[in-house]
Design a protein around this ligand. Sequence first.
Ligand code: BGC
Length: 746
Amino acid sequence: MSDANAEQARIAALLSQMTLEEKVGQLLQVPAGGGHVPELLRRAVSEGRIGSVINEVHVDTVNELQWLATRQSRLGIPLLVGRDVIHGFTTVFPIPLGQAASWNPALVTLGARVAAREAAAVGVNWTFSPMVDIGRDPRWGRVAEGYGEDPYLTGVMGAAAVRGYQGASLADVGSIAACAKHFAGYGASESGRDYNTTNIPENELRNVHLPPFKAAIDAGVATLMTSFSDLNGVPASANALLLTQILRDEWAFDGMVVSDWESIRQLAVHGFTANDRDSAFEAATAGVDMEMTSTTYADHLAALVRDGHVSMQRLDTMVSNVLRLKFRLGLFENPYTDASHFPEAACAEHLQAARDAAVESLVLLKNDHVAHEAVTAPVLPLALDRLSSLAVIGPLADDPHDQLGTWIFDGDAQYSVTTLQAIRAHCQAHGQADGGHGVAVHYARGVATTRSRDRAEFAEAVAVAERSDAVVLVLGEEAILSGEAHCRADVTLPGVQEELIAAIAATGKPVVLVLMAGRALAIERVVPHVQALVYAWHPGTMGGAAIADVLFGAASPSGKLPVTLPRVTGQIPMYYGHKHTGKPATHDTVVHIDDIEARAPQLSVGNTSFHLDVAHTPLFPFGYGLSYGTIEYANITTSHSTLTPDGSITVSADVINTGHRAADEVVQLYVRDVVGNVTRPVRELKAFEKVHLLPGERRLVRFTLTADHLAFYGRAMRRMTEPGQFHVWIGGSSTTDLRTEFVLSA
Ligand code: BGC
């Protein structure tokens, strides 16, 4: 018998013994007691009326629950133990958006593996991660949890996370089930307000929002979570187009689908159903297998089956999806957790992995040359030999908690290395090294929190800057300003931080701004004041150490933006893969509000797609990021001028580091389908590779494309390729102009 048949036979054998109540029980996920087993839960688990618990991280309690489930209940079915392990467990990695900035899927896999090991050590066997929602609106606080604006990058990173959590086999010690969420369209919440309505044309849904889910499924993701949001009038948690037609019929997903927290009960709040019974009916028949925390299945599903509204066949399918996962996790054979099989949480190896990930998540956006004793050199890396003192200023410079970011239920700030700590340690080591001299580090907070409007500490911060040769300012957003339900209508720096930057800049000292944030911030007003800018997202436990590595040149920054940085909030949504429009703006067509004469005739500003009061370009484009090398691109070529439907084509270019320092560079390939059955984005990322380049090194980087890379959903909502002309670019950001073209033949 094949493995699949054997698995099916085990499921069928178990199903045939189950009562209706036991079947429904498998579909219920309930909150655990947190360190003890409440009496009601004990009884329910012992009677086989619970399929999963959420939020239990005490290993003895998890083992007790598994004992009750497997030894006390009639059929001995183990429990799924779910937890939001989003970017680390005890050891916190950069927020997913920061991990995406590494453009290094291997790092994402390793981070997820470390998180899985630490979580599995306490008995967690299922994480609600990765979030692969497309984030094109940085007002939405949950962009922090995803991998940015691009379907391809998000898919690659989501798949990488799945491989890390689930390992080679779900049954391996240290593997936990992953969950791609939130299916689907959640990132398109209107006005970036969490849980808000989404209206997404099916074509855009299929071309933009769904591909990362497909990539996660192709990587073997065990589960999917539905979205809270209303999609085109049918809430995602009862959306049969998504959950049945696309997920099961088109993609043949054989994993399990869980609702979001109470999202089935909320169907009535949406005004989609009249009551809990209807909600249970709609969700069950649309395709939600397990209900997270609300009790509409517990209260009504058995009756709906008895009354014939939900078929026994449908119920059996739902239960099979749950049991299949439990078999695949090896829980029937091995329900208990022995913590001694795992490395210590936050052990040296895990901290090193978090540091490596944080280093690669940092994006250098600006690095001006400044004059120093008749030579000019870039501000970064900071040359300690030329400094005698350094100011470190800002509320996030020495905050072990806020650098961790959102969703860190189990993160432990006692392991955090802050920027100030790491800078102090580095300067001290420099002083003790042969030939090194002491560099005094002066610290001031500047403002109490990133939101504070109190300027009382400005004077001290300015004094500290004045006493120092250079300034490192660590500002941005506290952790609490991003994440679920933490949305902002104005994505500039909160509080009076812009004023603080201006005050520090007025000292004339070179200023390095390090920004920690859970989203793309609109920082147009800030950038001119600083000589260097490092975008650090929320970098996690080892964030400070990583920042010091980059500031002092132990590592060259290599991150690239996984999201467009707008100039002002009003440009949102702004993303590189937009449509061309019939009247695209160019530098020649835009007119600024300040340049319009009084009573100018209507047509004098030209009729193209731009705002009168802000440039039509972003502040920093998707894919952008500098290093300590000087990277140039040349000689783009294709192996053939024509790609056949079954063939492949190689696109290559030279990447050259003409600088004096080794650097890592993310080489990116974009295409444009010039004429489409539906209009196609002006550019789409199709491949990337991070390469290490020594000073002076020239490397030929090659990418292979097949027709499959060019496929998209057309008017008929079927995946298709179309013969015709394609433009292709290779470069260091989405605005590269190194272009050639090829033809896809019929
Ligand atoms: C979030 C999910 C999360 C779940 C469980 C919900 O509020 O939307 O992303 O996994 O809670 O904590």
